[in-house]
Write a protein that binds this ligand. Structure first.
Ligand SMILES: Nc1ncnc2c1ncn2[C@@H]1O[C@H](COP(=O)(O)OP(=O)(O)OP(=O)(O)O)[C@@H](O)[C@H]1O
Ligand SMILES: [Mg+2]
Length: 512
């Protein structure tokens, strides 16, 4: 019998530097065999970096300190090395191949071959099916990954990890992009795997989830370990205090609305699925926003919130849309992104990797990208001014980076999100649509972002916030629409909105 107090992992005195950044300084963590260990910390604290050190993404020799796994000092050259020992990492940004099937993804680079060295498809699909059963995913193994939602993709990643005989599973913000139901399923799966003896390390900004699953929590701040808290002592307040170095009394800033004239209206907005025109994704939506107003859109995954925003912003569904858009009472065309920006709209996307940022470009250019016209003199971008503007945003948004010349691809997830927001705020729109603006953002930075949203509203802009977190919508909005199956099923002033009243509207089905 194994003593449950023995450590499966110790990372001792880990220090890791990047040019101009000390990402980790003498970090030590102990993870007990069979536990769920959470790592918390602000954006840029060094959580992902620590896990990349552990899994060999950053090979031995590129960091200082020791990793002891199952009582043995290990020095991984790459990720295959760590996997051979049973350490599997599921990264913050999912890494499945969309055009391959579920089964192909599970056994990618680890193919099941027959006697002639050819892939044994029967066996591949059969084994995949049994792994899918273990993670509780009812899907055909031959289904392409792009045809299943993020929640299910996350489960495929875990099935893939199980195929590698995982002992220590590392999950870097696994629920950031999931709805409540999918998150619950995933968290229960982690607990279920724990019963089977699999140890997990989970990184999350959702402290209620941490409280639910974690046996202990290590908090890091500015690349240093603050403390490890045992389950019985874990409170959200204590984690937050460790993370930000002080008490955070309120999660939402005070907001006194000054609501003016209508600034934005959409009439009868309908959009069909681009591949399958018989599917209506957005169904005759009518919605309005007044100057200075913060309007929320609540809805479950697949309700059509993002499709609504993207189609209004000219980003997709371009061939099959109908409806009218009005900005300040005047009808405008928004067939393309350029037209939308021209007409005073901005849309900060939930998917920063694909649409929001150019990761190989620096912070400065990413911020100015949607508003280069403001920086031009005689058709040439004024570099000095661009630098100065970017620096102002770096300060006001508290973007953690050595300088605005750093490539956005090198920033931590939450800091990338702040760059996306800066970019759209700088474009100075009349109407700003924010799609999951605080996804992957730490509690302290969330507060900062809410304050910025308030400030923009106070300047008379119209703000639309799409969020899967009801407390967030309830904490910052003046009015909330609920969307279900592409239709607006109700609209509540904030005084009448509650999680219950919203959920009722969010789950209202179409009469059939
Ligand atoms: N490849 C890299 N090159 C340069 N700097 C990097 C690189 N990777 C990370 N950093 C920097 O190291 C620090 C820690 O980043 P890390 O991604 O570990 O943060 P994190 O705690 O995971 O944050 P988040 O909650 O936002 O995901 C940040 O300042 C980041 O900009
Ligand atoms: Mg991270």
């Amino acid at each position: 019998m194994t003593d449950d107090r023995t450590n499966i992992l110790e990372m001792r005195g880990i220090t890791k530097t990047f040019p101009g950044v000390k990402a980790l300084q003498d970090v030590t963590i102990h993870v007990r065999r069979g536990e769920v260990h959470a790592i918390c910390g602000e954006n840029g604290a060094g959580k992902s970096t620590l896990m990349k050190v552990l899994s060999g993404v950053y090979p031995h020799g590129t960091y200082d300190g020791d990793i002891v796994f199952e009582d043995e000092v290990v020095s991984f050259r790459d990720i295959r090395d760590s996997e051979a020992k049973g350490i599997v990492i599921i990264h913050q940004e999912l890494a499945l191949s969309p055009y391959l099937s579920i089964a192909e993804n599970i056994f990618l680079n680890n193919e099941l071959k027959g006697p002639l060295g050819l892939i044994d498809w029967n066996k591949t699909n059969h084994e995949a099916a049994s792994l899918l059963a273990r993670v509780g995913l009812r899907e055909n193994p031959t289904t392409k990954v792009r045809d299943i939602g993020v929640g299910k993709q996350q489960l495929v990643e875990i099935a893939k990890a199980l195929s590698k005989r995982v002992k220590l599973l590392i999950l870097d913000e696994p629920t950031a992009a999931l709805n409540d139901e999918d998150s619950d399923h995933l968290l229960n799966l982690i607990l279920h795997l724990k019963e089977q003896g699999i140890t997990s390390i989970i990184i999350s900004h959702k402290l209620n989830e941490i409280k639910k699953v974690a046996d202990s929590v290590t908090v890091i701040r500015d690349g240093k370990t603050i403390e490890t808290i045992a389950k019985t002592d874990v409170t959200e307040e204590r984690i937050i205090k460790d993370m930000v170095g002080r008490d955070l009394e309120h999660r939402y800033p005070d907001h006194t609305p000054h609501i003016g004239e209508e600034i934005f209206r959409v009439e009868d907005w309908t959009a069909h699925h681009p591949q399958d025109p018989s599917r209506v994704m957005v169904d005759a939506v009518n919605l309005d926003v007044r100057a200075g107003e913060i309007v929320g859109i609540a809805g479950l995954m697949g309700a059509g919130r993002t499709e609504f925003a993207m189609s209004v912003f000219g980003r997709s569904y371009g061939s099959r849309i109908s409806g009218r858009v009005f900005v300040k009472g005047k009808e405008v065309k928004t067939r393309t992104v350029a037209e939308s920006i021209e007409n005073g709209l901005a849309y900060a996307t939930e998917d920063r990797k694909t649409f929001g940022l150019n990761l190989i470009d620096d912070i400065k250019r990413n911020i100015s990208m949607a508003a280069l016209g403001k920086l031009e003199r005689f058709g040439i971008v004024d570099d000095g001014k661009e630098f100065q503007v970017a620096n102002e945003y770096r300060k006001s948004m508290n973007i953690k980076a050595p300088s605005v010349l750093a490539k956005t691809g090198k920033l931590s997830g939450g800091n990338q999100q702040k760059v996306v927001l800066s970019k759209w705020i700088y474009s100075d729109p009349d109407v700003l649509i924010l799609d999951e603006p605080t996804r992957g953002i730490d509690v302290g930075a969330k507060y900062e972002i809410y304050s910025i949203i308030n400030k923009l509203a106070a300047q008379g802009k119209g703000i639309i916030v799409i969020s899967s977190e009801l407390p967030e919508l309830l904490g910052i909005c003046d009015r909330i629409y609920a969307l279900s199956e592409g239709r607006i099923t109700g609209e509540l002033p904030i005084a009448e909105a509650s999680p219950e009243s919203l959920l009722k509207l969010m789950t209202m089905e179409k009469p059939r």
